[in-house]
Design a protein around this ligand. Structure first.
Ligand code: GLN
Ligand code: ZN
Length: 756
């Protein structure tokens, strides 16, 4: 049986691409040197897949930042302000991704959004009315040729035209119908170029096909693909979907003149049922997404082979595929030296998944696979009972009552009380928590981990840092302070380390955006808090100042969403267990004199089902109460903050208000403050701090720029409810730019107070 990989990680087992890119940004290495690293990685990845026997190996899945941006760039969807900088192609691309501030100008980055229900982020292309869409680049062809020169024929991968337009922001009067002809022409030209090269297949990624699609969408999709495929001759086209099922357009896809359809049989709840109900077209190949590209547990061979057999019996021409790109899992278990075999035997990262594809394809061809050792080994693993239960946790959760989800008194009364007791000025200024994680901070942490310094030494270093950052915040006049989060590696792993039921990795990095990678921990079993986590740091920071220092925690939904979840219990169960653990921490902070506690839910939106019809029943109905469970028992005067990255909650504003926090800070600067209208419309009750500048880019916002943003905010938000803050934590930024930015933020606040 043939096998296919939808996409492969690109950052490198040792994050080589990250480090090379960062050096390039700093001017330490040249563009040629960066290209060299990129090429080495691409070839390594393609060879790895080739050696593992993968039939359809992706090319052009590499990117210096993001594949959606690559495709937009390829189609000349580049806003004029970036072209006008007059930079090289590579630097224009980076200017769109990260912003540009230098000799040639000062331009912000394009918006960045979460990639469907993952923690990867794509760059939102902007389509201006003046844009002249056409095939304008060479990247996919060059990468195809590069692999070919190594003797490997690949399957080039591009963001599909429907998804590309779905993700674009149209900034003028035009809509997708207006650009149909041009986009069709561009994609036709792409196909032609691959035909000339003799490519056998081309893959168009269309994850937007798993969303709710209406009649307009369907009609557009048909027009689009009929156009694109019109002149196709001897190349095969695969429409690759993932992250769900294509229930709205299954029959339409079956009719399209494509050669392959990629369907997700892991996350697509209805995929199997659709095939059952409508059959699968005889003239097409099914790329059956059965090896999970998002999670790290081993594939259950008996189950997968059962599905493959079913497809075979129906006479469907099937290729065994990953369920989505392997971008979302780490490279290899081989890098994990500390994790015991007892655990490792349950997992498969990207390299190991290649092996699963191979074993499964061999077994699928073999009628009597029960006797094969690869099958027997796998079956034995799934029979074994994993040591992962904690009765106490299960009992505690069962004992939770309805009232444990409700904080009293109601928010309006708390607001009054908090204004009286906290006595904060109008438009309080604050930050989101972390301050720059400079090299010395990371070094201190790693020295402690390696046992090179004592706990005392580790602590006193961090305390000195905390003292410095407290003094510094005081000196520039911020109102609500933070301790800086120097103890954290990241916002989930750090908490996970003090929770029972969690497992950790050493090198299991997964790309989050651009050069940023995260190491999601693994939820292995039932979860409980072993010991207080942040209390000492917060108490120490508060002891240094008369201003309030926010306690700083990560919320249960985010901890869950940024971990690799179990596959044997429900999401609801795991999130609720984590909520109880974090609740212990909240109450400990309060007991120790912390008056303002921020519980970050950076990733709340992430696992929101892609179909609206599932939003509440499959997610919000338990995720939002879980957040309330965390803070429901604090005193009325204790102010609970939450923070969400990105403001993509326009459509779930009532749910966000239902978290019943007192204050929420969120990103707004990269989405043109559109969110504010919706907040007003919905009578949003929670106090709000819409980020006044973008921290994902190194540029320093001017005072004027922040004042302008604040004036706009005041038109939509009550003065009594408005906070002033950056849009996210500052840990990835440099110290100098951070200082300058915050000084400007405080100045802007002073100007606004005078105007009010
Ligand atoms: N408190 C965290 C920080 O400041 C929040 C990070 C986040 O939202 N991603 O780093
Ligand atoms: Zn954030």
């Amino acid at each position: 049986m043939k096998t296919s990989v939808i996409g492969f990680p690109r950052i490198g087992t040792d994050r080589e691409l990250k480090f090379a890119s960062e050096k390039y940004f700093k001017g330490v290495i040249s563009a040629e040197e960066l290209q060299e690293t990129a090429k080495t990685l691409r070839i390594r990845h393609i060879k790895k897949q080739h050696e593992a026997g993968v039939t359809f190996i992706p090319s052009n899945d590499f990117s210096f930042y993001d594949n959606v941006l690559d495709t937009a760039f390829l189609c000349n969807i580049v806003p004029a302000r970036y072209k006008e900088l007059g930079l090289s192609d590579l630097d224009t691309f980076f200017a769109m991704a990260r912003g540009y501030q230098g000799e040639k100008g000062d331009v912000k980055a394009l918006a960045m959004k979460k990639w469907y229900n993952t923690n990867y982020h794509y760059i939102v292309p902007e389509l201006e009315d003046e844009a002249e869409i056409s095939l304008a680049g060479n990247k996919p062809f060059a990468e195809y040729d590069e692999a070919k020169a190594e003797g490997i024929s690949t399957k080039p991968v591009l963001t599909g035209a429907y998804t590309l337009l779905d993700l674009c922001r149209f900034t003028g009067r035009k809509n997708r119908e207006d650009v149909l002809t041009d986009i069709v022409k561009a994609y036709k030209d792409i196909i032609k170029k691959f035909e000339e090269r003799g490519a056998e297949w081309i893959q168009f990624d269309e994850p937007s096909f798993v969303k709710d699609l209406d009649e307009n969408d369907k009609a557009f999709l048909v027009k689009l693909y009929k156009g694109i495929l019109e002149e196709k001759k001897n190349i095969k086209v695969l429409i690759q979907t993932y992250f769900g099922d294509v229930r709205d357009i299954y029959e339409i896809l079956a009719e399209l003149p494509v050669d392959g359809i990629g369907l997700d049989l892991v996350e697509g709840k209805l995929t199997a049922a659709l095939i059952e109900k409508y059959g699968f077209p005889k003239d097409k190949t099914l790329f059956a997404g059965l090896v999970n590209g998002k999670n790290i547990w081993k594939n259950n061979y008996a189950k997968t082979l059962g599905v493959l057999n079913g497809l075979k019996e129906k006479g469907i021409d099937t290729v065994l595929s990953t369920s989505c790109s392997l971008l979302h899992v780490p490279y290899t278990l081989a890098s994990e030296e500390k994790l015991s075999e007892d655990y490792k035997k349950y997992f498969a990262f990207a390299y190991e998944k290649l092996n699963e594809l191979k074993e499964l394809s061999l077994l699928a061809e073999n009628g009597a696979y029960e006797n094969e050792s690869s099958f027997a080994k796998n079956a034995a693993l799934f029979k074994e009972k994993r040591d992962c239960e904690n009765k106490e946790v299960q009992e505690r959760l069962k004992a939770v009552k309805e009232e444990d989800y409700t904080r009293l008194p109601k928010r309006s009364e708390r607001e009054k009380l908090q204004k009286e007791t906290l006595k904060l000025p109008k438009f309080p200024t604050t930050t989101i928590g972390s301050f720059p994680q400079t090299a010395d901070v990371k070094k201190n942490r790693s020295a402690f981990r390696k046992g090179e310094i004592t706990e005392e030494q580790y602590k006193s270093f961090n305390q000195a840092k905390i003292e410095r950052v407290i003094r510094w915040q005081e000196s520039i006049g911020l109102d609500v302070l933070v301790h800086g989060e120097y103890e954290r590696n990241d916002m989930v792993e750090y908490f996970g380390e003090s929770l029972d039921g969690y497992l950790f990795t050493e090198k299991a990095w997964v790309q989050s955006y651009g050069t940023r990678c995260l190491k999601p921990p693994i939820i292995w079993g039932d979860i409980s808090r072993r010991k207080p986590i942040t209390v000492d740091w917060s108490v120490y920071a508060q002891s240094l100042t008369d201003k309030f220092v926010k306690g700083m925690l990560t919320g249960p939904v985010t901890i869950f969403n940024w971990s690799f979840p179990r596959e044997d219990v429900s999401m609801k169960e795991s999130i609720s267990q984590i909520a109880l653990a974090i609740r212990d921490e909240v109450l400990d902070l309060e007991k120790n004199g912390i008056k303002i506690i921020q519980i970050d839910e950076a990733a709340l939106r992430e696992k929101l089902p892609l179909r609206k019809s599932d939003w509440y029943s499959e997610y919000l109905d338990f995720a939002i109460p879980a957040f309330r469970l965390v803070h429901s028992k604090v005193k009325p005067e204790t102010q609970i903050h939450t923070h969400m990255c990105y403001s993509e909650f326009t459509d779930i504003i009532p749910a966000i208000d239902n978290m019943d926090a007192d204050v929420i800070t969120f990103e707004a600067s990269r989405s043109d403050l559109l969110i504010l209208d919706s907040l007003k419309e919905h009578n949003f009750e929670t106090e709000v701090g819409p980020g006044v500048y973008d921290i994902h880019s190194p540029r320093v916002p001017s005072v004027d720029e922040i004042v302008t943003a604040l004036r706009k905010m005041r038109q939509k938000i009550d003065d009594e409810k408005l906070w002033i803050n950056p849009d996210c934590g500052l840990k990835t930024r440099g110290e100098e730019e951070t200082k300058q930015s915050l000084i400007n933020l405080v100045r802007a606040g002073e100007i606004i107070r005078k105007e009010a």
